[in-house]
Structures are given as structure tokens and as C-alpha cells.
Design a protein around this ligand. Structure first.
Ligand SMILES: [Zn+2]
Length: 160
């Protein structure tokens, strides 16, 4: 089911650190499906549970150039490259805002998959950037927090 995206830089739901997600249950799978539907409907490349109003550590990213979606429960970055790159980012929760964000070029992350199995995986390039952006969300951070002063671009967006 497509859910309205939670928006706003100072929205308390987006600014709260989400508690760890418990066991993977039917409720988790329903949440993941709603997140996937909402991400696809808004043409997002990743989504975190707080963005559909649920404060829990669950994210969904796209991989393989957007062809596949990939659920991650309780994702945690274990290691990250010292080497970084700067790319323009936006966010479904901050429509019309764009800005340069410096991120590590690879990360090693631990997470639980939708079968309840723990995994450790290395993500590179754009996928590493998405993982870092979504892990920020469950920690109450937004990309604008990383944009250097005066570098945020704001476009007017049509009222929804
Ligand atoms: Zn975002």
C-alpha cells in the first residue's frame, strides 16, 4: 500500500532516533511492502521506515541500477572507506531540496534480511551512498545536515 511520505526538515518523526526493530514478523513484511510500494510510487532509490511515519530501524534500498529492491532490518555500518566523494543528493521527505553531500565510497554493513537472517555485505558507489543516506534516517539525520553552508539548492515544488 502506498503511504504518504512524511516530510519536513524539522518533523519530529524524521528527527527521532528509531528504536531497534524486533523479530521479523508478518508486521515487518507488511511494513517492508508498504515501504517498497511508497518508494516505487515516488520514484525513490531508497526509503526508511520513519519516512512512512514508523519509527523503527527498517530501510529499503534499490540495487542493480534500480532494478531490484533490497530490504535491510537494523542496518549498521561496521566499516567505511576513508576515501570519499561528493555527489548531489535529494530526499523524498524534503521535496525541492538538493545539495552536495560527501560520503564514503564504500561501506561494510551488518543487517538482518526479510527472512530474519543476519548478513554482512559491502556496498559500493551509488549503493553505498544510498545505504549511508538511509542509515542516517533511522538515526534522525537528514542529508541537509551534511550540506555545507550556502550550498543547498531549493526549488519551488507544486503543492501536494
Ligand atoms: Zn531521504
Amino acid at each position: 500500500m502506498v503511504i504518504d511520505i512524511t516530510k519536513g526538515e524539522n518533523n519530529p518523526i524524521l528527527r527521532k532516533k528509531s528504536p531497534k526493530h524486533g523479530k521479523v514478523t508478518k508486521k515487518t513484511l507488511k511494513l517492508l511492502k508498504d515501504m517498497e510500494d511508497s518508494m516505487i510510487a515516488t520514484k525513490g532509490v531508497g526509503i526508511a521506515a520513519p519516512q512512512i511515519g514508523v519509527n523503527t530501524c527498517v530501510v529499503h534500498i534499490t540495487v542493480n541500477d534500480g532494478r531490484d529492491t533490497f530490504p535491510m532490518i537494523n542496518p549498521e555500518i561496521l566499516e567505511r572507506s576513508e576515501e570519499t566523494e561528493v555527489e548531489t543528493e535529494g530526499c523524498l521527505s524534503l521535496p525541492g531540496k538538493w545539495g552536495p553531500v560527501e560520503r564514503s565510497i564504500w561501506v561494510k554493513a551488518k543487517f538482518t534480511n526479510d527472512k530474519g537472517e543476519e548478513r554482512v555485505m559491502r556496498f559500493e558507489g551509488f549503493e553505498a551512498r544510498i545505504v549511508q543516506h538511509e542509515v542516517d534516517h533511522i538515526n534522525g539525520l537528514l542529508f541537509v545536515d551534511h550540506v555545507p553552508k550556502g550550498k543547498l539548492k531549493i526549488e519551488s515544488v507544486e503543492a501536494e
